[in-house]
Design a protein around this ligand. Structure first.
Ligand code: SF4
Length: 477
């Protein structure tokens, strides 16, 4: 504050306009709301760092007060889903079904039975607040969120998914992979709410960085060995149940499916779509592998069903806020238009073929009657009768050399799954699993048909350039 006052006084003095009797009183009441953007840049960034105990629970009221005040304080929330500093008690950011202190799995309750509080979403609905949910495992999204948080001229909150080995029951070395899976399985979707991005709610909310934004679930590929010992791949929807199966905090919610109950088993993603009245004796399950890497089915408890439903509700709310439903309608209209256009093109081709046939018949008639073939007997289409028109080069899919971005299928074995292309350009790239040299590997591939349908924008062109430069394997062209 005093730096800004000194700066203003210095400017006035340079202009020979400083009058202490007038200006000192004015400066006494000066507060940061009256600062220019250059003066605001001189202020040190005030950044608070806390866990979910401090931000979701004990300090939540104070945090809300600051968010409503327009004070440009940045808040970094290390969201581990438990009070990691004090022994791992459940917090309001803990997930349904999680086994933690104060929400133990036992006779009365099967882990935490409430839904999760969404701090980022609540923060978004304070006036003029920047809020985001991110993960350090999604490098591009994390860096972009951090830059926006720091430069935002009003309160800003960044909720970071922070794996805690002890409380979640995972090895430290798997933290990055688990944090990425938390995003992909919709346990902790990415979002950015930035009021500078436009005029409407849909402009402010962005889900970029999540896989398959327009779908409820993305997919994952499971590797297993068949009876002959060969590696096989199975692609299934990736729900929070698949995520939960990999952490000790949810371990008691799963049991291997009894083979006698096989006829009642329903995959989790189908089970949660059934009305409750139709679930009856059905048993939701997820696929996994046993110690010998053979495929098995694992039955899920009611708490895991509640967890999947809670995460689906949250994800669909984010989809709605970001305008995915409108984009889907636009895509539907575009596909209707393409159908109509194709019908029109077919009708025009048939019409021209008929005209060619008439012209050819008239030409043959003139030849057989030895009458001179006048211009009126020429092809009405301009193509000599009997000649075949070359196909339009533009009628086929985009040639590879014209493609705005390209990953040659022959180069895919070189991919090291750094994730840059499918995180930064989900319109063009997707993650997949392939058997390469007898081993199943995660790699990136182009989405079939994407280069023919995605509309280019200046922002997309910039991102393509960035991905070309940062592809770890240098195979994006
Ligand atoms: S950017 Fe390159 S190395 Fe990284 S996932 Fe994509 S293709 Fe693979």
């Amino acid at each position: 504050m005093s730096d800004v006052k000194a700066l203003r006084i210095a400017r006035l003095e340079l202009d020979d306009a400083y009058d202490p009797a007038v200006h000192d009183n004015e400066f006494r009441m000066l507060s940061w709301e009256e600062f220019t953007s250059q003066e605001l840049d001189l202020l040190p960034t005030v950044l608070t760092i806390g866990g979910d105990g401090a931000n979701y629970d004990i300090g939540f009221g104070a945090m809300s007060r600051v968010l409503a005040s327009d004070t440009p304080i940045k808040m970094l929330v290390l969201d581990s889903g438990a009070y990691s500093n004090t022994g791992g008690q459940a917090s309001t950011s803990s997930f349904t079904g999680q086994d933690s202190d104060l929400a133990r799995f036992g006779g009365a309750h099967h882990g935490k039975h409430e839904g999760r509080k969404e701090l980022g979403l609540i923060a978004s609905f304070h006036p003029h607040v920047f809020a985001c949910a991110t993960s350090t495992a999604m490098h591009g999204h994390f860096l972009q969120s951090t830059m926006r948080l720091l430069e935002y001229p009003a309160p800003a909150v960044m909720d970071v998914y922070t794996p805690c080995g002890g409380e979640q029951g995972i090895s430290e070395s798997s933290s990055n992979a688990r944090a990425r899976l938390a995003v992909e399985s919709r346990m902790h979707p990415l979002f950015i709410h930035d009021p500078r991005r436009g005029l409407t709610l849909h402009d402010w909310f962005s889900l970029e960085g999540n896989p398959d934004i327009d779908k409820t679930w993305t997919t994952s590929t499971l590797q297993y060995l068949d009876d002959a010992g060969s590696v096989q791949l199975m692609t299934t929807p990736l729900t929070p149940a698949e995520f939960a199966l990999g952490e000790v905090r949810f371990k008691k919610q799963f049991r291997r499916l009894d083979p006698d109950l096989e006829s009642r088993a329903v995959p989790m993603h189908e089970y949660v779509e059934l009305p409750r009245s139709e679930r009856g004796e059905q048993i939701p399950f997820v696929y996994a592998t046993d110690d010998d890497r053979h495929l098995i089915k694992v039955a899920c408890s009611d708490s895991i069903v509640a967890l999947v439903e809670d995460r689906r509700r949250y994800w669909q709310m984010l989809q709605y806020l970001s305008g995915v439903h409108e984009a889907q309608l636009t895509a539907l209209h575009r596909s209707d238009f393409e159908v109509l256009k194709s019908m029109y093109d077919t009708a025009m081709e048939q019409r021209e073929t008929s005209l060619d046939d008439i012209a050819r018949a008239m030409s043959e008639l003139a030849t057989s009657s030895k009458a001179p073939v006048g211009s009126s007997f020429g092809s009405p289409t301009g193509v000599p009768a009997g000649a075949t028109a070359s196909p339009s080069p533009g009628s086929s899919a985009t040639a590879v050399t014209d493609a705005p971005v390209w990953l040659d299928p022959a180069d895919i074995p070189l991919c090291n799954d750094c994730g840059t292309c499918y995180q930064e350009l989900p319109q063009f790239f997707e993650k997949t699993t392939m058997v390469i040299d007898g081993e199943a590997r995660h790699v990136a591939q182009m989405i079939p048909g994407a280069i023919d349908t995605v509309a280019m924008t200046p922002d997309l062109e910039k991102r393509i350039e960035r991905v070309r430069k940062t592809c770890d394997a240098e195979i994006i062209r």
